[in-house]
Design a protein around this ligand. Structure first.
Ligand SMILES: Nc1ncnc2c1ncn2[C@@H]1O[C@H](COP(=O)(O)OP(=O)(O)OP(=O)(O)O)[C@@H](O)[C@H]1O
Ligand SMILES: O=C(O)C1=C[C@@H](O)[C@@H](O)[C@H](O)C1
Ligand SMILES: [Mg+2]
Length: 180
């Protein structure tokens, strides 16, 4: 079982926060919320348009406020956006409000998974690989700082990754004394 109030997924773009989150939520009886989708629903527009009109700073302000609102609730499986950990207040909030899993993926794997993606504004440029490496250098320590558990996704398809992560979570919670 999940002894935390919320189960929170962090990690880089393409690590599988959204697609693995979808698979895990049902198993743990948690309500799936995806911060990116909630921002789009709330604004009635796409993240790409928000970046275009308000810049990254505008998007980050919306993201901070959305996380704050969402994490007033318990019982969530929260899939965060890849850059949610950049803000120190967000990091504190994530740590305080749930059990945080860092889904890891290497830039090479991210590139492959996001080959056809045109929805992520920070990757809308020709030097995607360099950008992903730079992001990893900046962000990996921040994901590690907030995470209760890290999980590598590189060698697993989404369904297998969800099954293995579920197994690891159950084991982790058993070891740390949670009862079913
Ligand atoms: N373990 C995996 N194996 C194969 N494909 C995967 C895996 N995880 C994710 N993908 C694919 O990669 C793409 C991005 O996945 P997803 O949207 O879940 O990433 P994310 O971590 O939520 O990224 P973001 O930070 O941008 O929200 C999707 O097409 C998804 O099907
Ligand atoms: O890694 C990032 O900074 C981002 C990841 C996505 O989830 C979105 O939140 C947005 O495209 C920015
Ligand atoms: Mg996502």
């Amino acid at each position: 079982m999940n002894p935390a109030r919320n189960l929170i997924l962090v990690g880089p773009m393409g690590a599988g926060k959204t697609c693995i989150g979808r698979r895990l939520a049902g198993h743990y009886g948690l309500r799936l919320v995806d911060a990116d989708h909630e921002i789009e629903r709330h604004t009635g527009t796409t993240i790409a348009t928000i970046f275009e009109c308000e810049g990254e700073a505008g998007f980050r302000a919306r993201e901070r406020s959305m996380l704050e609102t969402l994490l007033r609730d318990d019982g969530l499986l929260l899939a965060t956006g890849g850059g949610a950990v950049l803000d120190p207040d967000n990091r504190e909030l994530l740590r305080m409000r749930g059990f945080v899993v860092h889904l890891r993926a290497t830039p090479a794997q991210q590139l492959e998974r996001l080959r056809h993606d045109r929805s992520r504004p920070l990757l809308a440029r020709p030097d995607r690989e360099a950008v992903l490496h730079e992001m990893a250098a900046t962000r990996d320590p921040l994901y590690a700082e907030v995470a209760d558990l890290a999980f590598d996704t590189d060698t697993l398809g989404a369904a297998d990754a969800a099954r293995r992560l579920q197994h690891e979570l159950d084991r982790h919670w058993q070891r740390t004394g949670a009862t079913a």
